[in-house]
Every structure is written in structure tokens, then in C-alpha cells.
Design a protein around this ligand. Structure first.
Ligand SMILES: Nc1ncnc2c1ncn2[C@@H]1O[C@H](COP(=O)(O)OP(=O)(O)O)[C@@H](O)[C@H]1O
Ligand SMILES: [Mg+2]
Length: 292
């Protein structure tokens, strides 16, 4: 087992999130504002009536603070629209924060269904490009290539790896993304709902891999619609609701409270209250959302 304390006896922080607020600005909102004519009027009015600009603020994360340590696997839960994906993107450095700070040790890797691969290229080319983008050498990629393809299960039903990614189902593409990202050891790995894709055996393989990454002293953040995956993988859970950190503690304690809130272990959420204003972020949590 790796020394998680670097010999000091203290746990090593890898991610520090300090009083973070994240606000999206959405242009062209409001009745009639989406039309081309309305857009033209806005341009013509620019500078005269700032208030009528049609920019809506979505306050997605509010005053969130926590410290993650090396060797921790942390589950991130909350009903749809509670800010989980937004927070992961900010940790990955892909979104600016409005207030507060995010400090990370090394470059965190965000692994999710939105991770960029090239649709017109074959799975094989994407494995190579993805590996290079993560900083692996050509020799390392070559060495791990077969393992990545086998892990993804892409070739179980034919030679799909030599076809362009646009011929893949969304599940196949997500599995390949996960397999590429999981081929490398990451200091901080952020997994957004990738485990929801794929069959049970792929999920099992992914969970095992996350445990391995963790054992090699990385820090893993996991967003999953499956409380079971979180229970099996994480010992600590952060619960976000309407952008606020509602609870941070041992997985079982937080999940128990969360399940009480949502009405059961299958994460059926209570109906969201009506929007409280333009900054309201709550949405009902029904079926797992493909967008993350
Ligand atoms: N690109 C975006 N532009 C504007 N609002 C967004 C964007 N992405 C997410 N949001 C809003 O931010 C809030 C948090 O979303 P998100 O982080 O995706 O939640 P979760 O991952 O927990 O479902 C929601 O109200 C959502 O509508
Ligand atoms: Mg999400």
C-alpha cells in the first residue's frame, strides 16, 4: 500500500475547494428573446439599456468548501441540477469560479460522457490521440492498447474499434472514453456518471479500476446515479443540493440522509419546489439524465 502521508503522518491534500461560487450567464433568455429579431434589437440597443440585455444568471454552486486527500474516493450526490457536474468542471479547471478558490495538486482529469474524442476518427485512432492528450508516450499507448480495447468491451460484438466513433452507440462511446482515461494513473480523477453507461459487467470492471486507481494513491471523485456504485466505491460522500454543500461525511451516513430526502435507495427525488427566482437551480430528479 502506498504511503498516503508522505512520511509526515498527515494526510496529503490534493484538492482544496474554498468558498466557491459558480455562476453561468445565459444569453437570450426570456419570452421572445431567442428570436433573430429580438437579438438584432438587443444589438441595436446595446449601451443604451443595459438592463434589457436578456442575460440570465444561473447560480449553480454556492459557497462550497472541502478538502480532498490522497487516497480518498469521494462520491458526489444530489438531485439533478444540484451542481455536481459544474463543481467537477471547476475542479478540472474548465470553468471559472465567481468567488472563492480551487487549489489542486497536479492536473485533474475529468472523465465523463462529454470528454472530447473525435467522432470522425476510428476508435483505434481515438485511443492513441486520447492517450497522447493525457501525456502518455506512444510506446506506453502501444503497450496498453489491447488492454484498453478489451476493457471497453467495444470489440465484443465485432471489429468496431476500426470503425469511426460516429457509428458507436452513446454507451459504447462512453465506455471507450472511460477505458482510455482509466488506462493512466491520475493524481486526481473526476468521473461524471460514466459508470451509468454499459452493462453490469462493464460497471463492475470500472468500479474495480477506480478502486485500483485509489489504491495507487490518487484521489477519485465519482458522480453516479447509482447509490450502490457510490457505496461500493467511496468511503466519503459530499451531498450537494441547489448548489449548496448539504452534507460531507462517511458514505453510509450521508447516503442514509440522502435516501431519506429522496424517499428511498433508488433515488427517487421529491418533486422540486417551484423555481424561487431566476437563480433557482433545482430540477426534479427522475430518470438518469444523459447530460452531465
Ligand atoms: N452550460 C450551462 N449554462 C447555463 N446553466 C447551466 C449550464 N450547465 C448547467 N447549468 C445549470 O446549473 C445548474 C447545475 O447544473 P449541473 O452542474 O449540471 O447539475 P448536476 O450535474 O448536479 O445535475 C442547473 O440549474 C443547470 O441548469
Ligand atoms: Mg450532471
Amino acid at each position: 500500500m502506498a504511503d498516503l502521508t508522505e512520511g509526515t503522518g498527515e494526510r496529503v491534500p490534493t484538492v482544496v475547494v474554498d468558498g466557491v461560487d459558480i455562476v453561468y450567464r445565459v444569453n437570450g433568455t426570456g419570452a421572445g428573446r431567442g428570436s433573430a429579431t429580438a437579438a438584432l434589437h438587443r444589438v441595436l440597443r446595446r449601451g443604451k439599456a443595459g438592463k434589457a440585455s436578456g442575460v440570465r444568471r444561473v447560480h449553480a454552486v454556492r459557497g462550497v468548501s472541502f478538502v480532498a486527500h490522497r487516497g480518498e474516493a469521494i462520491g458526489l450526490i444530489g438531485t439533478n441540477g444540484s451542481g455536481k457536474s459544474t463543481l467537477l468542471k471547476a475542479i478540472a479547471g474548465l470553468l471559472p469560479v465567481e468567488r472563492g478558490r480551487v487549489y489542486t495538486d497536479g492536473q485533474p482529469s475529468l472523465l465523463g460522457v462529454n470528454a472530447a474524442l473525435m467522432n470522425d476518427l476510428t476508435g483505434e485512432r481515438n485511443v492513441h490521440l486520447g492517450g497522447l492528450a493525457m501525456g502518455m508516450s506512444r510506446a506506453q499507448i502501444k503497450e496498453r492498447y489491447q488492454e484498453i480495447v478489451d476493457f471497453s468491451g467495444i470489440n465484443e460484438k465485432g471489429d468496431f474499434i476500426t470503425l469511426p466513433m460516429r457509428t458507436y452507440s452513446s454507451g459504447m462511446a462512453a465506455r471507450l472514453r472511460f477505458s482510455i482515461a482509466a488506462a493512466k494513473d491520475h493524481d486526481v480523477l473526476l468521473v461524471d456518471e460514466a459508470l451509468a453507461t454499459g452493462d453490469r459487467s462493464f460497471q463492475k470492471r470500472s468500479e474495480r479500476r477506480i478502486r485500483e486507481l485509489r489504491a495507487r494513491a490518487g484521489t477519485v471523485f465519482l458522480v453516479s446515479h447509482s447509490n450502490k456504485s457510490i457505496r461500493d466505491t467511496c468511503e466519503r460522500v459530499l451531498w450537494l443540493e441547489r448548489g449548496e454543500l448539504r452534507m460531507d461525511g462517511p458514505a453510509e451516513d450521508v447516503l442514509k440522509e440522502y435516501e431519506r430526502f429522496t424517499g428511498g435507495p433508488d433515488r427517487k427525488a421529491p418533486r422540486a419546489k417551484p423555481a424561487a427566482g431566476p437563480d433557482s437551480t433545482a430540477q426534479p430528479d427522475s430518470a438518469p439524465s444523459p447530460a452531465c
